[in-house]
Ligand binder design. Structure first.
Ligand code: NAP
Length: 234
């Protein structure tokens, strides 16, 4: 049985990814930083294990990943967002967005890579965002962090391809989760009007793309960014 870690595994998209991986015979570590009950409940449901660490804290990440041992698949999914004008975001919040979304992705990848290189095998899948590709007004720090995840994916994919490690990235469009729970009905309708397929995405849509990148069906694919966005960015 292969072992996967899903950061932010208790969240909307993360929990769909965890369930999908478990259905496909992975032992899944459901990472959380504060949602302990949700993570434990999900881990019980999928016969995995909940594991607490803050991805922005390198020491916590290293200790947690060392305690797991071999990791075959890392899904860098945890992230936070903030909707506000650029100059209204507090310096603390701006640092937190970059430290979690970008540095957290780097921290977790750094921790799993030495063993993957040693074994010449492993897969990393990063969850960026459509806003990392296009930029979003009033989500400037978030867009910058997610664009960083795209650059990171491409560079690390080149560096680690000779070691047999594949790194790909998914850029979700608008997916109905808690992250988007603050939008009003009228805002939601306006957003929907910008989606050519005319529907919002679901966490399952992202889990399906993750499963493709995790599987041997994508064995000749690395360093790619897959938009899962209903045609919102073409
Ligand atoms: P969500 O439901 O709010 O889940 C976010 C997850 O991140 C939570 O499980 C949270 O766990 C975890 N997290 C936050 N800070 C953390 C930290 N320091 N260490 C470890 N875990 C941390 O959001 P979501 O919609 O599922 O988003 C998942 C990913 O998809 C994010 O990277 C997001 O940027 C990306 N994305 C989402 C959308 C969308 O429309 N929903 C679109 C594009 C991209 P705790 O509660 O335990 O902190």
């Amino acid at each position: 049985m292969k072992t996967a870690i899903v950061t932010g595994g208790s969240g909307g998209i993360g929990s769909a990814i965890c369930r999908m991986l478990a259905e496909n015979n992975y032992f899944v570590y459901v990472n959380y930083s504060s949602s302990k009950e949700k993570a434990i409940k999900l881990a019980e449901e999928i016969h995995g294990s909940a594991i607490k660490f803050d991805i922005s804290d390198r020491e916590q990440v290293n200790n947690a990943i060392n305690s797991i041992g071999q990791v075959d698949l890392l899904i860098n999914n945890a992230g936070i967002s903030e909707i506000n004008t650029f100059d209204s975001v507090s310096p603390e919040k701006a640092d937190r967005i970059l430290n979690i979304n970008l540095k957290g992705t780097l921290n977790c990848s750094r921790a799993v890579i030495p063993d993957m290189i040693h074994r010449k095998s492993g897969v990393i899948i990063n969850i960026s965002s459509i806003w990392g590709q296009c930029g979003a007004s009033c989500e400037v720090d978030y867009s910058a962090s997610k664009a960083g995840v795209i650059g990171f994916t491409k560079a690390l994919a080149k560096e680690l391809a000779p070691s047999g490690i594949r790194i790909n990235c998914i850029a979700p469009g608008f997916i109905m989760t808690d992250m988007n729970s603050n939008f009003s009905e009228s805002d939601l309708q306006l957003i929907k009007n910008d989606i050519p397929l005319g529907i919002f995405g679901t966490p399952q849509d992202i889990a399906n793309a993750v499963m493709f990148f995790a599987s041997e069906k994508s064995s000749f694919i690395t360093g790619q960014i897959l938009g899962v966005n209903g045609g919102m960015n073409i």
